[in-house]
Design a protein around this ligand. Structure first.
Ligand code: SF4
Length: 371
């Protein structure tokens, strides 16, 4: 006689890790429920931000009991909250397997922009980046990537602040090295009755991997921001040796082919390292590279790691006069240029600083001010 399968013995489904169509399949095929139950669940999970079946008031008692034995809703746990003098909030999160990552909430007038991590650590080892020193531990799942948004929104609501409107995939990790989960996340973000953050409000920051850029472009789900940081192949090899394995001409050709809408432009991120890439000669080289392209440039002053990190910074911050002269030169050549204000520097939440600091332990500085 064939033994009857015991559903309770099957691994539980992680509901935040299912796309809309996967959730429908789970509800219809595994739970033997009508399709509209998937719509109700989706709404509770992503729009209402509920993470207990008991709170799902329009589900029957039987269905809630069944869900409790067959599925989980796993949000990352908040280990540490740090708030900067400028209002930037860094959340240190613990994933289900104990790995820790960071997400940053950046105030932008009437709303927040959230910076999301996509990997635990990073394999790219860019020389100016604290995350790169960690090496790569593993990719994050869609549930973990979007779990950051749920936790971020809940935190802002709890402390009475406006919600997240824009997302930047610019935290720990190289998003295009985790392409499958990135695409699943972007698809879920835009789905109706969910988090509903339109693709034009999501920016994927990458060192630039042509094959992955082609897939991202074909998906139409996001516009990239390229971590360029050097105007020549030679300097890029020094600053970003792994990323520069893709020769600059090949990277630029793949970006020229990226499908962008008429009013969109590819963003180039340029971290200014004192005495390394911040001279007018470098600005001239950058104009030669980008001058004929539909682009905008974000200039970011290098943030040395804070003293509590206990490391000697590999670079120094640029002089303000050099930054302004660089910006002025690009603008004089009609390149749209923004000087990005460095947010959250005092709590190591600024660009290139995301790394679990020695002092950041469970319960440390919860809801406190990081300075
Ligand atoms: S800058 Fe980005 S890609 Fe480079 S090491 Fe840091 S996290 Fe990785």
């Amino acid at each position: 006689m064939t033994p009857t399968p015991n559903p309770a013995a099957a691994p539980k489904a992680d509901l935040l890790n299912l796309t809309r169509s996967e959730l429908e399949a789970f509800v219809v095929e595994d739970l033997r429920q009508p399709r509209f139950r998937a719509d109700q669940l989706w709404h509770w999970l992503w729009s209402r931000g509920v993470h207990s079946f008991a709170e799902m008031t329009n589900l029957s008692k039987d269905l809630k009991a069944k869900l409790a034995t067959r599925a989980d809703i796993i949000w990352p746990e908040v280990d540490v909250v740090r708030t900067s003098r400028d209002g930037t909030i860094k959340l240190l999160l613990r994933l289900a397997d104990g790995e820790r990552i960071e997400t940053v909430l950046i105030p932008m007038g009437e709303h927040y922009t959230q910076c999301l991590s996509t990997q635990v650590g990073c394999a790219m080892a860019c020389t100016f980046c604290s995350t790169g020193e960690l090496g790569l531990t593993r990719n994050m799942t869609m549930g973990e990537i979007l779990g950051q948004v749920m936790v971020g929104r809940a935190h802002l609501a709890q402390v009475g602040l406006p919600t997240v409107r824009n997302l930047v995939f610019m935290g720990m990790g190289e998003p295009l090295m985790n392409l499958t989960e990135l695409l699943r996340s972007l698809e879920t973000l835009g789905s109706a009755e969910g988090i509903s953050i339109a693709s034009r409000r999501s920016t994927v920051s990458s060192v630039g991997i042509p094959a992955a850029l082609k897939i991202l472009g074909d998906s139409g789900l996001a516009v990239p921001a390229i971590s360029l940081h050097a105007p020549t192949q030679e300097l890029r090899e020094r600053l970003m040796p792994k990323a520069a394995r893709v020769p600059l001409p090949e990277l630029m050709a793949s970006l020229d082919a990226y499908p962008i809408r008429p009013r969109e432009r590819v963003t180039y991120e340029y971290i200014m390292l004192g005495g390394v890439n911040d001279s007018i000669a470098h600005a001239k080289q950058l104009v030669r590279l980008l001058g004929q392209r539909r682009c905008k440039v974000n200039l970011i002053g290098y943030n040395p790691p804070p003293p509590q990190a206990g490391v000697t910074p590999p670079y120094r911050a640029p002089e303000q006069a050099d930054v302004l002269a660089f910006e002025e030169y690009l603008r004089s050549k009609r390149i749209t240029t923004f000087l990005r204000r460095s947010m959250g520097q005092d709590i190591a939440a600024a660009c290139g600083q995301l790394k679990l600091l020695a002092g950041e332990t469970v319960g440390d500085n919860r809801d406190g001010n990081g300075d």
